[in-house]
Design a binder for this molecule. Structure first.
Ligand code: TYD
Ligand code: MG
Length: 437
């Protein structure tokens, strides 16, 4: 077929020959093989759970996103764009675990490149073995001989199995190889980390097709030009999916960031307009982050709207709300919005901070540096309640903020418990009055 009826792209069809004979052979093998073919129903109370002891990764952030360490026999897929630091994260893990035997399989880089990276990280470990190989059967052969405690495969897109006749990296290869790795891991009860690349457009042949096969999916995100990285749990059979880990990419590897707010707030010695601090949640952790806006007269026909780290459509909506409900005229202005630190924020609770930053730049009046904001803004200009408001207030208080603006629609808050002043508002007009009189 010349054109794909689904995505309408030309010449994207590729022939894939599946070797039926090899498959049948493998099935027969599995039937006659050492695996007990018959499983009988067992009462749940009698299921053996003793071997579920987790391995400490010696990395607070990684432990957290994995739900408390590495589960034996589990498959963890780490996805992320090229250059984000996936190889660094896992090599660092391999080098840190001194008392474990690790097999690092690479199909991407030469052993010399890995060695160079290890030197940057600067940890020596005699129990970390390197294997440059892409054929799954070969990998299993070596892994069976070496009997490592943990296997790391960099990356799943370079793997190929001889059972399927299509190029490495194609959907069917990636899927089949992962299934093979899965069988190997479960049989031998060895945990495997798989690295998977995500392409900017659509994640084709990437980790998406694997999500249902593997036990845990972690996503490594961040702006390559900034130093902060967020490791998010997308799926976890052994823990919560709202956990996140935050790292800083340094000259010698990734460093866990234990108190993100302190770094994400820039130090200012003079009041600047267009800056407001929002109390957001990154997974289950509260974090204060700076939103920066610049509103300038537009000199060209169509005013520009640009946002980094924030959804432009949401920015447009907030501008429309300010225009309609607070009488700010953005129609002839260029508007730029930036979330500090190169982070991308989805938490709607930063709306109020964004509104404060936009109006501050518009009026050219600075927002006091010790004010924080945490609320969603609705279409009619109402200030809406957000989840985990107490945690946000506590975090702002901990960092020395003196006032926090929240929605009056939050469930009852015991304001007496806090040192920080809490201002509950119901509409954006009230915020304008409070900030600019
Ligand atoms: P890498 O782990 O190769 O990314 P990925 O495997 O996701 O493609 O590392 C990406 C970047 O990190 C690379 O540009 C170099 C940089 N880096 C550091 O800044 N410090 C370090 O200590 C290391 C090892 C890498
Ligand atoms: Mg890599």
């Amino acid at each position: 077929m010349g054109r794909c009826p689904v995505c309408n792209e030309w010449n994207t069809y590729a022939e894939e020959v599946i070797d039926r004979q090899a498959e049948r052979h493998r099935e027969k093998h599995a039937r006659n093989g050492e695996k007990p073919a018959e499983n009988t129903p067992v009462p749940l109370t009698q299921v053996d759970e003793t071997n579920l002891e987790r391995t400490d990764t010696r990395d607070t952030e990684l432990n957290r996103v994995l739900g408390g360490g590495i589960v034996p026999g589990s498959i963890v897929l780490i996805g992320g764009e090229p250059g984000i630091g996936k190889s660094t994260l896992l090599l660092q893990l391999a080098l840190r675990l001194h008392d474990k035997k690790i097999l690092y399989v690479t199909g991407e880089e030469s052993d010399r490149q890995i060695k160079m990276r290890a030197e940057r990280i600067g940890i020596k470990n005699d129990h970390c073995f390197l294997l440059t190989e892409t054929n799954t059967q070969q990998i299993f052969k070596h892994a069976a001989a070496l009997a490592p405690d943990i296997i790391i495969i960099d990356s799943v897109q370079t793997l190929y199995t001889t059972y399927i006749d299509s190029p490495a990296g194609s959907v069917s290869q990636v899927r089949e190889c992962t299934a093979e790795v899965m069988r190997f891991a479960k049989e031998r009860c060895v945990p495997v980390f798989l690295i998977g690349h995500i392409t900017k457009d659509g994640m084709i042949a990437g980790p998406k097709v694997l999500e249902h096969i593997v036990d845990t999916v972690l996503q490594f995100e961040g702006d390559r030009h900034h130093t902060y990285r967020i490791l998010r749990t997308v799926k976890n059979r052994f823990g919560s999916t709202s956990e996140t880990g935050i790292y800083e990419m340094t000259g010698d590897g990734l460093r866990p960031v234990l108190n993100p707010s302190e770094i994400l707030l820039t130090q200012r010695d003079e009041p600047l307009s267009g800056i407001a601090v929002a109390a957001m949640m990154e997974g289950l952790r509260p974090m204060l982050i700076e939103t920066q806006a610049l509103v300038t007269p537009a000199f060209y026909g169509t005013p520009q709207r640009s946002a980094t780290g924030f959804d432009v459509r949401r920015l447009n909506m907030l501008l429309a709300v300010l225009e309609k409900r607070a009488g700010l005229r953005f129609g002839t202005k260029d508007v730029f919005l930036n979330i500090a630190g190169g982070l991308r924020v989805d938490d709607p609770a930063i709306d109020l901070g964004v509104v404060a930053a936009l109006s501050s730049s518009y009026n050219d009046i600075s927002v006091p540096y010790n004010f924080a904001f945490a609320a969603e803004v609705g279409l009619s200009g109402e200030v809406r309640a957000v989840s985990r408001i107490e945690q946000r207030i506590t975090e702002a208080e901990k960092l020395g903020f003196e006032k926090i603006f929240i929605s009056k629609f939050n469930q009852k808050i015991d304001t007496g418990r806090y040192q920080i002043a809490i201002e509950s508002i119901g509409r954006v007009q009230q915020l304008m009055e409070a900030l600019y009189g």
